[in-house]
Design a protein around this ligand. Structure first.
Ligand code: COA
Length: 260
């Protein structure tokens, strides 16, 4: 597995724990982080000793979405999205048949929220904030969320998140079926870890077969592929470039030169 300084991977007791470790940037995901996460999920799928996967994050916020400097670099490079680390991660997420448990504290933006739709158990802090303001960034939903979010919470609620940029607190996320429970922030990781360990102790093949029966993997992969082409077009658009550059420039930061 590729190591990344910003993704910690630990294996113990049948559990593969993945921790986003870029707290200073609110755990925004870089290409290297997607690559490390993709490889860890592919390893989890292939390795019989892995019986459950836990996703957690360092710091006060779960994940501020895709790294915006990387977004700008991606758009400029005009690289084929099909070969990107992001897409490899999304495919691995959709293909994972081991149970995936998430612990969410603080803010979850963009992919930080949409990846939760692929998790089998989700524990959130009561004061967490989930958002997916793609239209505000002149982008479109990804990670099969254009399919999964309306199915989970209904079209009008999903549209308000995607297009109006509304956000949800943890209690609402639990009430709407996006999370199993909303807890005090300090209790979230322990609860998620306990649930993941409980899953790891169950008959593994039955748990995996249950997950496979509950998800139409082909449909998820097809949604990811079709979204990714629209997403790449939007990312390259003048309106998206202007918004993303404004984010990077808001504290007087230099424009990205190498995607980091
Ligand atoms: N990409 C790159 N860097 C990011 C980032 C992102 N998605 N989100 C946060 N950061 C960086 C900030 O630039 C800042 O870096 P600096 O300290 O070197 O200036 C650092 O993380 C802390 O973020 P900051 O904005 O100062 O924290 P905050 O508490 O005021 O706000 C957020 C937190 C998450 C609300 C805000 O950072 C934000 O809106 N991020 C962008 C979210 C987004 O649009 N993601 C894309 C979704 S598709």
């Amino acid at each position: 597995m590729q190591t990344s300084q910003h993704v910690r991977v630990d294996a113990a007791c049948g559990l593969l724990s993945l921790t986003l470790a870029r707290a200073e940037k609110k755990n925004a995901l870089t290409g290297q982080m997607y690559q490390a996460l993709a490889e860890a999920l592919e390893h989890a799928s292939a390795e019989p000793s892995v019986r459950a996967v836990l996703l957690d994050a360092d710091g006060s916020d779960f994940c501020a979405g895709n790294d915006i400097a990387d977004f700008l670099a991606m758009a400029r490079s005009k690289a084929e999205p099909a070969g990107s680390a992001v897409l490899r991660f999304l495919r691995a997420l959709a293909a994972l048949d081991k149970p995936l448990v998430a612990a969410v504290r603080g803010r979850a933006v963009g992919i930080g929220t949409t990846l939760l739709l692929h998790c089998d158990l989700v524990y959130v802090a009561e004061d967490a904030t989930l958002s997916a303001p793609f239209a505000d960034l002149a982008l479109v939903p990804e990670a099969a969320s254009s399919l999964l979010l309306p199915l989970r919470i209904g079209h009008v609620r999903a549209f308000a998140l995607f297009a109006l940029g509304e956000s949800l607190d943890g209690r609402t996320a639990a009430a709407w079926g996006l999370a199993n429970a909303a807890l005090p922030a300090a209790a979230v990781t322990a609860r998620a870890r306990g649930a993941a360990l409980a899953l790891a102790a169950k008959p593994a093949q039955a748990v995996q077969a249950t997950k496979r029966l509950m998800r139409e993997q082909g449909r998820l992969l097809a949604a990811i592929e079709s979204e990714c082409h629209v997403f790449a077009d939007r990312l390259a658009s003048a309106e998206a470039q202007a918004i993303l550059q404004a984010f990077m420039a808001r504290k007087g930061a230099a424009p990205p030169s190498d995607g980091r």
